[in-house]
Design a protein around this ligand. Sequence first.
Ligand code: ADP
Ligand code: MG
Length: 614
Amino acid sequence: MTEPSLPAGPPSPASIARLPDHLISQIAAGEVVERPASVVKELLENAVDAGARDIVLRIDEGGLRRIAVQDDGSGIVREQLPLALTRHATSKIRSLAELESVLSLGFRGEALAATASVSRLRITSRTANDDTAWCIDAESGEITPAAGSRGTLVEVLDLYARTPARRKFLKTPATETAHAVDAWRRVALAHPAIAWQVWVDGRRLERWPAADWADRVSLALGEDTPVRRIESEAGGLRLQGLAGVPTASRSRADRQFFYVNGRAVKDRVLSHAVRQAYVDLLHGDRHPAWCLFLWIDPTAVDVNVHPAKAEVRFRDGRSVHGFVYHAVQQALRAVAGAGHTPTADPALRQTAWIDPIRPSSREGLFAQGRPAVLRDSQPMGLTGSGAQPPRAQTIAAWLDALRPGPEARPDAPPENPPQPMPPLGQAVAQLHGIYVLAQNDAGLVVVDMHAAHERIVYERLKLSRRARAPQVQRLLLPQSFAVDAHEQAAFEDQRESMAALGLELQASVEGHLAVHAVPAALAHADPVQLARSALADLSEQGSGQSLQQREQALLATLACHTAVRAGQRLSLEQMNALLRDMEQTPGADQCNHGRPTWVQWPLVEIDRWFLRGR
Ligand code: ADP
Ligand code: MG
């Protein structure tokens, strides 16, 4: 046997050369326009960005023969037609600062160039000031006068004809058409003020007239799907949308749409938050239908993290997660308590629809690019009677106000002083499995039991964390459970932070972890479930957050998972224990997400309902 001869030294260096522009575009095309549906998405988004009110999409032979988008938007002036096809040329941003607050769908200036590099592309466009349309042929660069009304027609012919390698990855025309129509639906849903048409192989498949957003969305979710309407605002965030009731869930997750500032995204933080809100209401393998629009200060979200802009990154993922979770949960649990399925709650304050392209409609939300301070919508459902529910006051203030002064009970026998009524009173009942009702000296107290309990657990965990040595409950027998790759990775990244909070996990046999200890405050919880939800949340949260942020997120997760759930029956004793805990917990009158956990309804107010003067 002869040894293979080894080269004498390292290989000589290959020379470095700049790729020609056309090749760069083709490489970019692999990411940006990987299939006909991606071309459709890019062209439709350009039409939306151009302020169109009427958009017609035509797809022939799965998009491989022709994709055409006609709009009635601003048009492109003749001199700029070549620039529209030039890589990294855009009319949408001018600087990095503008990128940070971008609200248009496009901003990289690469879609048309990339598409033109893998097809034959033509743009015919006419602005309000032109007396004719102009047509540019991407290949030759030639510009000729053409017929056409105001707006732009982009035609993409023979897609991928020159890149057979790409073509091989495509599915049948029918499948590609289906994907393209899905892509259209995702864009069209978020732009209700625009009228849309889709033609496939010469036949009209869809026609959506301009509509109110809720009508447009219910059309897409299925008009017979019972839904809850969500309109919630807090801390510069707004969530609007419809969420299907749990009983109308589906076996496939094909009717779930999430938008951030009008852009369709697939985001793990968001979808996790929504799934979490359904957790107690739905069996694991059922999929609810939802369509949700999150509006957020554009500087608080990075949209430039994915080639097709299908993902975003939030500056503060934890508060976005909490906000979305609570908004959806609040809407859904009303259903769980009431057992019926109204499509829209007329008591909800309806928020105006935002059109990111039209600055006037977004002024209120993002004044000068900074989050406007938004009024929190009344989450307690106590509106509608005409009487304003009083703001929750701090528990400390109530304590002071209600503590009997020396002259309050002059006749009380000193040897047997009557028990003063605690500030939050004595529990009398549970309402719809959601609220605890209690009677105190001032009248009626209504407590959001999940929010309040979550707050208490959170504060307990935080205290134990500050004590440096977390108070833990060791398990006599460590409990082992199987994990997937995400959970394993989250464990390896975060075992320290978890241990610091008292949740001790160790590697067990291959593909398994074992829980050795849980935080003492959570001793009653199922250790494996606790570990699972911590890992799941940690892997959703991703990195890029400081250790402290991650710890806080973990605390919140543990608190949320262990807190009593909507629908859980509590005995009077348990309810009273909750009230007493609230009185002991600092800041317990606000939940972890800034909403009140309880309100006081004064007796005088109730007397007034019955015209009962005192
Ligand atoms: P981007 O959308 O990121 O700016 P594109 O390559 O998609 O990049 O488009 C380049 C430019 O061409 C846009 O910035 C816009 O000025 C112009 N453009 C493209 N499509 C249209 C259209 N339908 N109407 C008006 N202008 C358009
Ligand atoms: Mg674009």
